[in-house]
Design a protein around this ligand. Sequence first.
Ligand SMILES: Nc1ncnc2c1ncn2[C@@H]1O[C@H](COP(=O)(O)OP(=O)(O)OP(=O)(O)O)[C@@H](O)[C@H]1O
Ligand SMILES: O=C([O-])CC(=O)C(=O)O
Ligand SMILES: [Ca+2]
Ligand SMILES: [Mn+2]
Length: 550
Amino acid sequence: MAPIRSTTRSPAVSIYKHDAALDASVGKDGIDYTRVNLLRNTAVAKLYEDALRYEPGTSISSAGALVTSSGKKTGRSPRDKRIVDEETTTEDIWWGPVNTKLSEHAFLINHERAVDYLNTRERLYVFDGFAGWDPKYRLKIRVVCARAYHSLFMHNMLIRPTEEELKTYGEPDFTILNAGAFPANRYTTGMTSSTSVSINFKLRQMVILGTEYAGEMKKGVFTIMHYLMPKAGVLSLHSSANQGLQGDTSLFFGLSGTGKTTLSADPARALIGDDEHVWTDTGVFNIEGGCYAKTIDLSAEKEPEIFGAIRFGSVLENVVFDEDTRIVDYSDKSLTENTRCAYPIEYIPNALIPCIGKHPKNIVMLTCDAQGVLPPVSKLTSAQAMYHFISGYTSKMAGTEDGVVEPEATFSACFGQPFLVLHPTQYATMLAQKIGEHKADVWLINTGWNGGAYGTGKRIALKYSRAIVDAIHNGELKKAEYVTYPIFGLEIPKAVTGVPAEVLNPATAWQGTPQTFNATVSKLAALFNKNFAKYADQATEDVIAAGPKL
Ligand SMILES: Nc1ncnc2c1ncn2[C@@H]1O[C@H](COP(=O)(O)OP(=O)(O)OP(=O)(O)O)[C@@H](O)[C@H]1O
Ligand SMILES: O=C([O-])CC(=O)C(=O)O
Ligand SMILES: [Ca+2]
Ligand SMILES: [Mn+2]
């Protein structure tokens, strides 16, 4: 089935007309919608002009993208994220490692601070969009912000309403107030810095203070969906998704920087989405209307679809360019290693619009192992799939989170712990049920180090990871011969077309001594076991047994 394009969607570069009557209301959120210079669903060209005129550090790249600066914060601030503890959330939320309680009163102080800041700006931008391509589950998300850059970012990342949908939009389901240029008051109870990202599920509002990193907004929407979707009986996932010509869907799970965006952009397959999906009783839908690609070391040769998506309308963050030519130097890490580009999904040539696919046939769990001891690919049993989903082992890549400067081993439950709202086992239970019901094959792909750990080995070549993904899709791997990888008990294929055989087995790929290899395997296995101990009382025997054996 060839990708279908709907004609009802608005063009990726919108040309909305202003509708004064619709804007003339004061919302419950404290924002004065009757004010002058309220720019609602503003045309992309106008957002460009405003960003260039009013926001220092803004330029146009040689390709036509809007080059912006997110200021001091160039990655998310997970330690400053809060969820309001109130009667609707107190029993539900997985309080602890990622979800920190905030009182209703403290939220109101943050909220008032944001509202006062936003209402006193010269100009205020409002973008009304949708999260979720399936009309049954979609949420109306309003983004109110003071920077044209932020409005353009969410114009690209949310699903853009048609003129008709905008006319009948009504009240939003959730509002994001982004006052990121203005700090939180550090003396507000519960604040530990001048950065604050807080979500109030009862009031259906999110408030951002003290960070202008735009990723907070898109991951705020994801956090909201990670709470509301499981409550609605469907499974939200930190994954990309694409579809083959026969309509076979693949999901790619993975923490930040593991390759969801890179590997889902595949010329042979239609892109459903690059980062956030929901698996329902009828298939998989994308939450977003755009993609947010890492651009560090980006090249037209290695990642042509993404490179080509960087053009008029795209938002390019924290990159360095040549003063004369305006050509971006994607190898420049001087501002951050987490350079990014946000573009509408239609900018990827074979995007599937509407972004809804069938039930997944293949599920790929991406890990970026900086120890260099996990195989480039292995086939997982259903117990192993659960074990690895709950473990979520990978390395945090430099820059995506504040303070991370080199790959750091981490266990991020469900391959997206920073965005989980409920306990990991709730998502895992739903996933196990869905994999069983739809008989999906599950694969673990290490897109990280090979031949040695970070510092001695090197990251596995993208062309090898792509060849592995191709071998999954064309059925080669399902039929391959396997050997069992000791300790981890993973099944490694003996051969994959396009990948040297010695690379496939970490033991033969290892450039150091067998002693250092064995020690590294044991060290990583011990880390897995230590991490999984905290889930042992909630996991079944076969899942516990699917972990490494020392
Ligand atoms: N073997 C490989 N496979 C995949 N990506 C690789 C590989 N080697 C290097 N890379 C690079 O790693 C990065 C993967 O980032 P990508 O944007 O795909 O992450 P992501 O999983 O989408 O993360 P996020 O959730 O933060 O958006 C890209 O910069 C890509 O060029
Ligand atoms: O949130 C971001 O900055 C980018 C992203 O997708 C992630 O980290 O998973
Ligand atoms: Ca991505
Ligand atoms: Mn992500």
